[in-house]
Design a protein around this ligand. Structure first.
Ligand code: EAX
Length: 335
């Protein structure tokens, strides 16, 4: 009898507690916001670089425009991989987004080589409308077959040379210099034409390679030379401006298609606004950068660009068939 009583009491208690639980659930706040969708965006530069600053702005704008339904999280310093890994990741959908220079993109779409031709872009103000117009859109769309949606072109910038051996004033000064380049066929041919000894290497390994003297030099925009502290291991800076690097903000196509129409619009609008912000940040920063690098003990030369242009002319013919003469002329129209 007693056992029966205990069992009944226990059951009554369980039912009562379950009832309470149910009551609690009903009172749970209905205002709790649904979890924001996380979009990780990887890049290879520092947090205070143009990529870092531009993407922080992008993240803020996306949050605001998507009413908190999208959460863009920025991972710099190659934390999600080098540029090739990042693009592959976005293509496969294992990384949601990335921002990389156009340098490694020819392996995914050959058309991008047009931007790599030496001195093809000399005036950014005239070039932006081409990049942001039909020509640029065509290039972004060409990534579609790889599962990548190209949103907009940010800027990486005009590339200049640094090295630890000697000042560069003319192409002859480059003879035999071991130069780290991006993994890009047009860039490689250009530096061979200049008589240097170029080899590709991921950006994340570059500082150490220069420190340990396995590389004599490299080429990158001034803001990168500053924010990645290359002045600590490089004495000479030559303001050659030989290549102009756009940068592409990319998202996995599958991820983009999974967003609502409102979220897609928020992302696109934020990308355009952040693009303009990032470009201006570079232009403003560049006003002081040469002085800042001189103050960091770099010896700066301003070579005659025409000499470098002449020495690398042959590169255009070499890649004309792959890129297409029409596209070269369209981009050249920016001059
Ligand atoms: O995209 O690899 C490079 O030199 C690039 O300029 C850099 O990673 C930014």
């Amino acid at each position: 009898m007693k056992k029966w009583m205990v069992l009944v009491l226990c059951l009554a208690l369980v039912v009562a507690l379950a009832g309470c639980g149910g009551g609690d659930k009903k009172e749970a706040p209905k205002t709790e916001a649904p979890k924001a969708k996380v979009l990780r965006v990887g890049h290879t530069l520092t947090d205070d670089s143009h990529y870092g600053v531009g993407l922080k702005k992008f993240s803020e704008l996306v949050k605001e425009k998507s009413k908190g339904s999208l959460d863009v999280q920025v991972f710099g310093n190659s934390k999600l991989g080098n540029e090739r890994d990042l693009i592959e990741g976005v293509s496969l959908g294992t990384v949601e987004m990335c921002l990389t220079s156009t340098g490694p993109l020819p392996s995914f779409s050959k058309k991008f080589m047009v931007f790599d031709l030496p001195f093809i872009v000399q005036d950014r103000a005239k070039f932006y409308p081409i990049l942001d117009g039909a020509v640029g859109q065509g290039m972004l769309d060409s990534l579609g077959s790889k599962g990548i949606k190209g949103l907009v072109f940010f800027e990486n910038g005009f590339r200049h040379m640094t090295n630890s051996k000697r000042p560069i004033n003319k192409p002859e000064d480059m003879a035999g210099l071991k130069m780290r380049l991006m993994e890009n066929p047009v860039h490689m041919e250009t530096f061979k034409a200049l008589g240097a000894n170029p080899s590709p290497m991921p950006f994340g390994e570059l500082f150490t390679a220069m420190q340990q003297k396995t590389m004599d030099g490299q080429e990158n925009p001034l803001l990168i030379i500053k924010t990645s502290k290359f002045y600590e291991v490089q004495k000479y800076l030559a303001l050659t401006g030989h290549f102009y690097s756009p940068a592409v903000l990319m998202i996995s196509d599958k991820m983009f298609k999974g967003l609502t129409a409102d979220q897609q619009k928020a992302l696109m609008d934020a990308a355009k606004e952040a693009r303009d912000f990032e470009r201006n940040f570079i232009i403003e920063s560049e006003k002081k950068l040469v002085d800042e690098l001189k103050a960091a003990k770099m010896e700066v030369t301003t070579p005659d660009k025409a000499l470098f242009q002449k020495a690398t002319e042959s590169v255009y013919k070499k890649f004309e068939a792959d890129i297409g003469k029409d596209l070269i002329d369209q981009v050249r129209g920016a001059k």
